[in-house]
Design a protein. Structure first.
Length: 347
């Protein structure tokens, strides 16, 4: 049986005047969970002026205030008024496109949204300012996306950008992610993962044969974690199997694909290996990520993986980290990350 808004209000008023919810539900046959879901929307708050306000009405007022605040910010940012010529208003709003929602921009200067969209689509290809800002935000979007293991979508990335002081909208971030081919975790994530697993075979080329005939023939890599002052730091190293020397390393508070890629780019730039290089690691998500595999392919590097649950398949890197912790990390009392200069010299 469906109840009208007024019927719900009357039942909630009985509850607010002291009648028990159990008695009301028993009399009307309404489930208690359903009844309690009615209570909050009809609760009232008395303002300082004596006005009764429901949560729903309060939420409506809050949204109106937020919209008016945004319109005020737009009006403060433009150099024209509502009575200015349409061409001048469009040019002023164009500079704020992506910082505020289109609804807010158009409402501020009383411009039709259709007219504004036509102006943007017609001019943005030749708009140097727009292209520069889009390129700047694109870099930040990719950085946030990679640092969060390629999980975050437009909503979360937009929220982080706003926290960083950027004026961006979800629509703007979504457009950038679509252009760059960035896709967040979705209900089809398992299917996509299986598809990638099939399309990119993970071969164990070394098969525990840790010998190399020349430098830059085989590189070994791994990542470990070290806790300092209650905070976790991740250390990635790349070793040349021929000399067992660390040729690149990075330290970060985030174990991301970006961290691994930075170490690889450092080694590749300094060593400039010829074709035929093999890069061996375990099957950590940073190494199996699509972006890192594409990076290796672009450098003509063949990737080799340890077998699942077989740490001995990456024994050289495992042994190095064991020595690092035994001979350095566990023998020193680092007072701060800035004081770990000796660690860098050890590496």
């Amino acid at each position: 049986m469906r109840h009208t808004t007024e019927e719900k209000r009357q039942l909630v008023m009985r509850y607010q005047y002291g009648e028990s919810a159990a008695h009301i539900c028993s009399e009307t046959g309404i489930a208690r969970s359903t009844f309690y879901s009615w209570v909050k929307p009809f609760q009232t708050t008395v303002t300082e002026t004596g006005v009764l306000v429901t949560p729903k009405a309060f939420d409506v007022l809050r949204r109106k205030v937020e919209k008016q605040d945004a319109i005020i910010q737009v009006l403060k940012s433009v150099n024209c008024t509502v009575s200015a010529p349409l061409k001048e208003k469009l040019a002023a709003l164009e500079r704020l496109y992506g910082q505020f929602s289109v609804h807010t921009l158009c409402d501020a200067l009383e411009v039709s949204r259709g007219t504004f969209y036509n102006h943007i689509l017609r001019n943005k290809r030749d708009n140097t300012w727009y292209a520069k800002r889009r390129a700047e935000i694109s870099g930040k979007v990719r950085e946030i996306y990679e640092e969060n293991n390629q999980i975050f979508g437009a909503d979360k990335i937009c929220a982080i950008l706003v926290q960083q002081g950027e004026r961006v909208s979800k629509r703007f971030v979504t457009s950038i992610m679509q252009d760059m081919g960035l896709v967040s975790m979705s209900p089809t994530a398992k299917k996509d993962h299986n598809r990638l697993t099939v399309s990119i075979p993970k071969k164990n080329i070394l098969n525990q044969n840790f010998t190399a005939e020349r430098p830059n023939q085989i590189w070994i890599s791994d990542i470990t974690c070290y806790k300092l002052k209650g905070k976790h730091y991740y250390i990635v190293v790349i070793l040349d199997l021929f000399s067992r020397k660390v040729i690149a390393h990075r330290i970060s508070t985030v174990a991301s694909t970006k961290l691994i890629a930075a170490a690889f780019r450092q080694a590749y730039a300094e060593r400039t290996p010829i074709n035929g290089l093999i890069f061996h690691s375990d099957r950590g998500t940073q190494y199996t990520s699509r972006s890192f595999q594409q990076l290796l392919l672009s450098c003509h590097v063949e990737q080799s993986f340890s077998r699942t649950g077989r740490p001995h398949d990456n024994a050289v890197a495992e042994s190095f980290f064991a020595s690092l912790k035994r001979e350095e990390l566990y023998r020193r009392n680092y007072r701060s990350p800035a004081g770990s200069g000796r660690l860098h010299s050890f590496l």
